[in-house]
Design a protein around this ligand. Sequence first.
Ligand SMILES: Cc1cc2nc3c(=O)[nH]c(=O)nc-3n(C[C@H](O)[C@H](O)[C@H](O)COP(=O)(O)OP(=O)(O)OC[C@H]3O[C@@H](n4cnc5c(N)ncnc54)[C@H](O)[C@@H]3O)c2cc1C
Length: 413
Amino acid sequence: MKKIIVIGAGPAGMMAAIKAAENGADVTILEKMKRPGKKMLITGKGRCNITNAATVPEIIKNIHGNGKFLNSSMRAYDNEDVIYFFESQGVPTKVERGQRVFPVSDKAQDVVDAMVHKLHELDVKIETDSPVSEILAHDGEIKAVKLQSGASFKADAVILCTGGASYPGTGSTGDGYKMAQKLGHTLVDIRPSLVPLETEEDWVKSVQGLSLRNVKATLLVDGEKKTDMFGEMMFTHFGVTGPIILSLSRAATEALANDSFVELELNLKPALAEDVLDARLQRDFAKYQRKQLGNAMVDLLPHKLIEPVLDAAFLEMDKPVHQITVEERHRLGHTLQHLPLTITKARPIAEAIVTAGGISVKEINPKTMESKLVKGLYFAGEVVDVDAYTGGYNLQAAFSMGAAAGNWSVWND
Ligand SMILES: Cc1cc2nc3c(=O)[nH]c(=O)nc-3n(C[C@H](O)[C@H](O)[C@H](O)COP(=O)(O)OP(=O)(O)OC[C@H]3O[C@@H](n4cnc5c(N)ncnc54)[C@H](O)[C@@H]3O)c2cc1C
């Protein structure tokens, strides 16, 4: 019986262990936290966006960091397999906006429980409170795994699934990078991906907590439009976050790393053409002609946002509406569709939803997930230099890589 050690009980590690055990291996998971799947429990705001219902090519397009590397593992174990797995474990799923797949119960706990239950059913040993410090190899072949406590476990194969370096409180502190580097693997510089952004503008503090739906954010790098996103965002005490900001953040952090000038332009009324918005402003100004400008904007904007928008348009809150000139109204319309924010930096990697960078995909066989340098060493999940947008793509990537590593760790000689 092949003895397989899986390091890390996140989605990648648990899936790898399930597949290896289904193939008849003697499998042990070593997990440093007290419980498996700590990060999974906070995914999708506690609802766990398990995968995405799009086609595999579409999913791969959304994995902006080395998506093509997943071609083989994702075709072998795709989103339908993931959905089938959870449904057959008693976790029915539903598809929401953007093809995002969630458990019907809206509980990430159910998703983790289903995986743990399957591991128990397959007699996989789960050693919690067991941080691994080193993977031991000899003559280019895996031999054993050493714990921080000094204890060691013999292994015919090791699957390294320690995750990235974000949200360290969940156990992902980047340990796997060091273990792999010690065995000769290359670490592609890690950086935050899917991360909130800090702004120079102080007014964001006054609107912190405000969430905007159906807005468009355009990322400008050195004055040139780079990309845009439509959807939901939120203001915080330091800047901006929320789905569309996180999705733009990878390009923003790359530009910041190149010392470029990075701005966001918010279109608060993206559904309205310029002339339609102007007509709307004229109607509102007619309705509120006896009021001050600040009070005439209540139908158009959330209360908290009125002053920052008027400030950006160089207009006074207390200016009587009937005194607003055509030029001022046009300026206001323009500001509503081009509200500028200067991005100073990204929040630290600890606050990133996903870590970009990781163990170089050039040194990993994409079909089997085996190391090209050390026989019997396999990788899966965020420890690998793969990262995706929000939408369930990151977990799908972890499941596909985990399934490949689990299967091939047993199938390979
Ligand atoms: C707030 C938040 C929300 C998210 N929401 C979603 C979502 O809805 N959908 C989605 O697709 N993705 C989401 N993600 C991303 C997704 O959670 C990760 O990409 C995914 O968990 C990576 O899986 P993994 O198994 O590679 O690593 P992890 O889930 O990080 O698991 C790694 C495991 O290894 C253990 N470990 C680390 N070092 C050691 C060691 N030395 N010894 C033993 N064990 C060790 C850790 O304790 C951990 O349990 C979210 C991430 C965050 C932070």
